[in-house]
Design a protein around this ligand. Structure first.
Ligand code: DMJ
Length: 942
């Protein structure tokens, strides 16, 4: 996001021709600028150190950009592990993520204005020439309208903005004649057919060559889009209109925004995550400030800044009021339901919301910005990076981290607002972590799993567009940048658009919307700027005083269940039944369930299903209680599933030239040495003969004392393990025989035993998909001796280098080791996707409850409880919750990713995927009819 702000000594930015300089007296948004007083208690960072860090950022950029240009260009993105370009169609599909790739040298275009910010003017000039020479925007490829707009159109416009600035300065780009703008216009026209809907909301995808709907287009049948996808166009489209005089772009983007505004839920003033582009109905009615909505809010505020149109500010303020009322639960930002905004829709947050503190700075609301940022920073300190999603008790929910820039962005804006050197230290930590954990010989690799430190073969273009800009600007002084950053606004992809556009080509009629806002009282519009004179002068410790109480919020957190549920119980009313206390055999509980509209169904396999029909509840209050109960039950159930899974493991290549920098995500085995309880195993790798490892090895001398590589297939995993162990191997890596498979695209699984006792297998066994496996096989071909480390988590590179002869000794098995599971015991759930719960109407959910709390039921009840769930096979997840509710010490639960398990293929008829898997999923499917009925009812309600 964001508007460039003034920093310490930078003065308060009021751009000469900015629209908001015209409305400065009444504008609500503010960029608070720090005074020259450093907050006492926080040591200022010296100019030398800031310069040193700035130079480090430059070096890191060179490493990322240089490797892209050398090994990937003209491809869209660099694959930093395999050191080549990612060309769509040539790699296994990654689904929606690939929709950003249009065979238009995405990373180069996205990097253009970063080059100028980083003072690499010469390189910028070269890059622009390459774009003009090489980039084709007419490819037969289906791309995301949203991503193409923010990255490519935004990148071209940002490049054009800075090209004309440089040309005007008289040294560089003297030959430039608006060529980037012409390309932007060409691309703009290519995107316009997407808006051919009755609503004016764009289709989510378009074929660059064929547009929409033509048979060759292979798109145009979609019905839904995300709110951010439809609401993040106005900056680029308006800039294109104002640069070129072609008003159509701004008109289309405004129409889409007007439609979204009309469709806001009128009582809560919130918007949902996805909307039907034809009917305008909300498809997903949950609402937050992260994924799916984020930049819609950002663009309303920034559209006001860039275009000076009050209606955008009024809309933003209306939404902001709703966000602060319902979603903001400091320091958390939690999704709620648009119709019932007092009810949380999730118990986790996604990483995209990390931009929000930066937006709050632009709005001038510093306190909650500091609070949320501090909470996010603590999550980062715990996991080195912000996981894609994390729970309200700060455990990992989705473990990836694709090097997202949002947190760096907020850090930059908070520093500009507060001048607190704390934020420089935060930036320093970000730099250190990137270099320590994400840097690989050929660029920076996304984290596949922040817990293991494993990598993904992926370096997204936004890493260059945004991360390096914000980090560089954080440490830069005004004179370090060759133009005045305060004359520009940052788009959501951090592209720079000049504020003078506000007064250029203003031919779009503004909507007169005054009457729309009269329903809100004036207190919703904070028309005064909270500037530093008000915030800080008498209290230079302001930011610190807000942060301090949150210092240990992550460390001290206990699993909390659903906060709002606890907080929102009606005062004086009897608390409803809590999911953790529920016993299916307790008649009193059944009575409460009935009152709440929840029915209980005994399944043939002994489990119990719960389904809620809000209309069957005794009252609307009971229906809400029922919803909370169901939400809690979903949490409890997924917690139970998590605890039955083994986390993924890491294979780290430690020999030359990798030196621990490449970490591959590996599947664990349910037999052999448990790497989470033992020291890592280190050794050189050798291929076994036969390669499938299904019979006695014919090359024991080659694998003796080494880690054997074995191909998947033809016999049980356990059999392979025994054969390599008998040959003297100290570990094994099974490599998938399914060519092209990758943990980027296939869910990781656990290798199951063979149904027999596997206690005889003492060596560690890990599984790699084919793509990860081929990184090792290629390394052998190139370097011959390849040494790897098998562990539960990537090891610090410094430690690896210090101790090259690290012992690979196996420690004796602990008595507490869990017995190896037989195939029948394996839980094959892969229901990691917490959206499962969200896919259903929230008020209509069905699920299987977790096992009954041990010891609670009477003997008679015990019999019935056994019917509910085979709890003897499971640990009791309820204990953690109970201890929480008692307020006692909380156990720091390990963050367990969820993986299904597999035996060797087709070889074990006892285990089938999905037999016992995904109870919530299958049950939701079973109850689809009810859900639809409920949705109909909900529509009627509207
Ligand atoms: C960027 O492409 C943009 O910032 C977008 O708005 C959402 N986030 C990604 C990077 O995380």
């Amino acid at each position: 996001m964001s508007e460039a702000g003034g920093g310490p000594g930078w003065g308060f930015p009021v751009p000469q021709r900015a629209p908001w300089s015209l409305v400065a007296a009444t504008a609500a948004l503010c960029l608070v600028s720090a005074t020259s007083v450093w907050p006492a208690g926080a040591a200022p960072m010296s100019r030398e150190e800031r310069q040193k860090l700035g130079n480090q950022v430059l070096e890191m950029f060179d490493h990322a950009y240089g490797n892209y240009m050398e090994h990937a260009y003209p491809a869209d993105e660099l694959m930093p592990l395999t050191c080549r370009g990612r060309v769509r169609g040539q790699e296994p599909s990654r689904g929606d993520v690939d929709d950003a790739l249009g065979k238009f040298s995405l990373t180069l275009i996205d990097s253009l204005d970063t080059l100028v910010v980083l003072n690499k003017t010469k390189e910028f000039e070269d890059a622009v020439r390459k774009v003009l020479r090489d980039v084709n925007l007419d490819n037969d490829v289906v791309v995301s309208v949203f991503e193409t707009n923010i990255r490519v159109l935004g990148g071209l416009l940002g490049g054009h903005s800075l090209a004309i600035m440089l040309k005007e300065k008289g040294e560089y780009m003297q030959w430039y004649n608006d060529e980037l703008l012409q390309m932007a216009k060409q691309l703009g026209y290519k995107l316009l057919p997407a808006f051919n809907t009755t609503s004016g909301l764009p289709y989510p995808r378009i074929n660059l060559k064929f547009g929409i709907r033509k048979p060759e287009a292979r798109t145009g049948t979609e019905t839904d889009t995300c709110t951010a996808c439809a609401g993040t166009l106005i900056l680029e489209f308006a800039a294109l209109s104002r640069f070129t005089g072609a008003t159509i772009f701004e008109e289309y983007a405004r129409k889409a925004l007007d439609f979204l505004w009309e469709k806001r839920q009128r009582s809560s003033n919130l918007v949902g995550v996805t909307i039907n582009i034809h009917t305008g109905d909300w498809v997903r009615k949950d609402s937050g400030v992260g994924a799916g909505i984020d930049s819609y809010y950002e663009y309303l505020l920034k559209a006001y800044v860039l275009l000076g149109d009050d209606s955008f500010l009024e809309r933003f303020n209306t939404h902001y009021d709703a966000i602060m009322r319902y979603i903001s639960q400091p320091p958390l930002l939690l999704d709620v339901h648009i119709h019932k905004p007092m009810l949380n829709a999730r118990t986790w947050m996604d990483a995209l919301l990390a931009f929000f503190p930066g937006l709050q700075v632009l709005k001038g609301d510093i306190r909650p910005a500091i609070e949320t940022h501090e909470m996010l920073y603590q999550v980062i300190k715990k996991h080195n990076f912000l996981p894609e999603a994390f729970t309200i008790d700060f455990r990992v929910h989705w473990a990836q981290h694709p090097l997202r820039p949002e947190f760096a962005e907020s850090t930059y804006f908070l520093y500009k607002a507060t001048g607190d050197p704390y934020y420089l230290e935060v930036g320093k930590t970000l730099i250190e972590n990137l270099n320590k954990y994400a840097r690989v010989p050929c660029g920076f690799a996304a984290m596949k799993d922040v817990r293991t430190g494993s990598h993904e073969d992926r370096m997204d273009s936004f890493f260059l567009a945004e991360m390096f800009k914000y980090l560089y600007l954080l440490f830069a002084d005004k004179e370090d940048i060759i133009f005045d950053i305060e004359d520009y606004i940052f788009t959501t992809e951090a592209h720079l658009l000049p504020l003078w556009l506000s007064t250029t080509n203003q031919s779009i009629p503004k909507k007169n919307t005054t009457s729309e806002y009269t329903e809100l009282d004036d207190s919703n519009f904070d028309w005064t700027c909270p500037n530093t004179q008000i915030l800080f002068p008498n209290d230079p410790l302001y930011a610190q005083s807000i942060r301090e109480p949150l210092k240990n919020v992550v460390d001290k957190s206990c699993p909390r269940g659903i906060i709002r549920v606890e907080e929102s119980f009606r005062s004086g009313a009897k608390p409803p039944l809590r999911a953790r206390d529920f016993m299916a055999t307790n008649p009193e509980h059944l009575e409460i369930l009935k009152k709440m509209g929840v029915s209980l169904i005994h399944l043939k396999d002994g489990r119990v299903q719960l389904v809620q029909h809000a209309i069957q509840a005794a009252s609307s209050i009971d229906a809400e209680d029922g919803l909370r109960f169901m939400q809690e039950m979903i949490e409890l159930s997924s917690q139970q599933q998590k605890e039955q899974q083994l986390p993924p493991r890491a294979v780290q290549i430690v020999s030359h030239p990798f030196f621990g920098r490449v970490v591959l995500t590996a599947g664990p085995a349910q037999f052999g040495l448990d790497l989470s309880k033992h020291k890592e195993t280190r050794g050189f790798v050798a291929s076994s003969k036969p390669y499938n490892g299904c019979s006695e090895l014919t090359n024991p001398e080659a694998v003796m004392g080494k880690i054997a590589l074995i191909q998947r297939g033809q016999c049980m995993f356990a059999e392979k393990a025994r054969n390599i162990q008998n040959a003297g191997a100290i570990g094994g890596i099974v490599i998938d025989d399914n060519e092209g498979s990758s943990s980027d695209t296939a869910p990781l699984f656990q290798m199951a035993g063979d149904g027999k006792d596997t206690d005889d297998i003492k060596i560690p066994m890990l599984f790699l998909f084919s793509k990860e496996g081929s990184i090792i096989l290629d390394a052998i071909r190139e370097y011959e001796d390849v040494e790897v480390l098998l562990s539960d988590k990537a090891k610090d590179r410094a430690a690896i280098l210090k101790d090259p002869e690290m012992e690979s000794e196996e420690q004796p098995s602990s008595e507490n080791d869990p017995p190896n599971q037989s195939a029948e015991q394996i839980i094959t759930s892969s229901s990691q996707d917490p959206d499962l719960a969200e896919q259903a109407a929230p008020e209509e959910r069905a699920l299987s409850p977790p096992p009954e709390p041990a010891g609670a039921p009477s003997p008679a009840e015990m019999d019935n409880a056994a019917n509910i769930s085979p709890s003897e096979q499971n640990s009791d997840p309820t204990e953690n919750h109970e201890s929480t509710s008692l307020g006692g010490e909380c156990t720091d639960l390990d963050d367990q990713p969820q993986e299904p398990s597999e035996t060797e293929e087709d070889s074990n008829p006892n285990v089938s995927w999905g037999q016992k898997a995904q109870p919530i999923d299958s049950i939701l499917a079973d109850w689809n009819e009810d859900i639809e009925a409920f949705e109909m009812m909900e529509k009627d309600e509207l």
